[in-house]
Design a protein around this ligand. Structure first.
Ligand code: FAD
Length: 381
């Protein structure tokens, strides 16, 4: 609506916009439906990827379904009978497509959400490649895949070999006969090394901190402790940590074997990159053809910048899934809920909270024009 209360052309009103149709977004959409919200009329799910599957659709073909551990099904529909030898991108893509169909979620794609900003009448304006939605609440479920993190090192631009990030990892064949430096101490780094080692001429593993291998089963208690640690950071407005940094690396049989074979012998971080490899201040050097950056991802939340949710610590402070700075905005799949099970739960929690918000004008955010005009809030006598 503009200042005189007339709806601008091309702006559609809804109660809730869900941005992202990965695990977190679909779980949210499912719970919205269960609470009686109609897709298309009361809420809309927008995703800029070409197909169903969230970030899974982009994962490398050698990440088969059998190699994915601890993938939780979406609420209300199991994933059964999948062939563990098929790429997880296909299995999960098909499963998400069937899920969207079964629950009639009508995901709109490809629709890129470019900016979310304050609108009139207490609504948020969600500006996209396919028009603008004016919404009373927003569930942001954009994951991290779209924001690969590349650290910077001196000399990086002079390297004559190839630099690749996990986000563009093509599978092990592409490294046949190459000398490969893998950077990063997370699960992706170790998985890349174990896959590439049989093909490559040589591999080296470089990490900032010595990796922590966590022997023993990853039971519920360890999971809970890890989630609590990330939750605590997010409550303080700090950027969330990666899961591995709080759980340690799971020791599977393959990891045990790779450690015994020296594939997971680790070197400290190099000091610079040269045209032909990497170098340390103590004179050590490695000649390499490829540097593979398995250095993780950051939350893809740039489109929320106009809402100024970020704390001085660099993160978005949350109360549960709700942004502490704006009760209309929920972040699901962010920080402590950045796992398939966490995303499921976060979707349910966000919807519960939004139902309360929409049903209770007392907690509604004052209309921005009232705020701008400095209108006084009547105080009960
Ligand atoms: C290699 C790898 C393996 C993993 N294995 C496991 C595992 O075994 N078990 C487990 O629990 N977790 C695993 N995880 C983590 C897991 O993938 C995530 O926690 C979970 O699937 C993420 O779901 P999500 O919905 O938050 O994000 P995503 O799946 O990333 O979905 C986000 C969606 O938002 C869309 N989007 C982003 N920005 C915009 C925008 N501006 N406009 C419109 N759409 C947008 C994207 O297109 C995408 O579809 C793994 C992660 C990786 C990288």
């Amino acid at each position: 609506m503009n200042d005189i209360g007339v709806r601008d052309a091309g702006v559609t009103d809804v109660d809730v916009v869900v941005v992202g149709a990965g695990q977190a977004g679909l779980s949210s959409a499912y719970h919205l439906r269960r609470k009686g919200f109609e897709p298309g009329r009361d809420f809309v799910v927008l995703d800029h990827a070409p197909r169903p599957g969230g970030a899974w659709q982009f994962r490398w073909p050698s990440l088969t379904y059998g190699k994915v551990h601890g993938m939780h099904a979406l609420p209300g529909m199991e994933l059964t009978g999948a062939d563990p030898a098929r790429p997880s991108s296909e299995v999960i893509g098909e499963y998400f497509a069937a899920y969207e169909d079964r629950f009639g979620l009508h995901v709109r794609r490809p629709v890129d959400v470019r900016r979310v900003r304050e609108g009139a009448g207490g609504r948020l304006l969600v500006e996209t490649s396919a028009g603008t939605w004016a919404t009373r609440a927003l569930i942001n479920a954009t994951g991290t895949w779209d924001r690969p993190f590349w650290p910077r090192y001196p000399g990086q631009e002079t390297f004559r070999g190839r630099q690749v990030h996990t986000a563009d990892y093509p599978g092990p064949e592409a490294f046949r006969g190459k000398r490969v430096v893998v950077v990063g101490g997370g699960a992706s780094g170790t998985q890349h090394l174990m896959e590439i080692a049989p093909y490559a001429a040589a591999t080296w593993w470089v990490t900032r901190r010595p990796p922590v291998f966590a022997d023993g089963p990853f039971d519920e208690e360890r999971g809970r402790a890890a989630v609590a640690m990330v939750e605590e950071r997010v409550r303080r407005g700090l950027p969330p940590l990666s899961v591995v940094s709080v759980t340690g690396l799971a020791v599977t049989d393959a990891v045990r074997e790779a450690r015994a074979n020296g594939v997971l012998d680790r070197l400290p971080m190099f000091d610079r990159i040269t045209p032909t490899g990497v170098e340390w201040d103590d004179g050590r050097r490695i000649e390499a053809d490829v540097i593979l950056w398995a250095t993780g991802f950051r939350a893809a939340v740039d489109h929320l910048a106009p809402l100024r949710l970020r704390e001085p610590g660099g993160g978005i402070r949350l109360d549960g899934t709700r942004a502490a700075a704006d009760p209309r905005v929920h972040l699901v799949g962010y920080g402590p809920s950045a796992s398939t099970i966490g995303a499921n739960r976060a979707g349910r929690a966000a919807v519960r909270d939004i139902v309360r918000l929409l049903g209770d004008e007392a907690v509604a955010v004052p209309a921005p024009e009232a705020r701008v005009a400095g209108a006084e809030v009547p105080v009960p006598a």
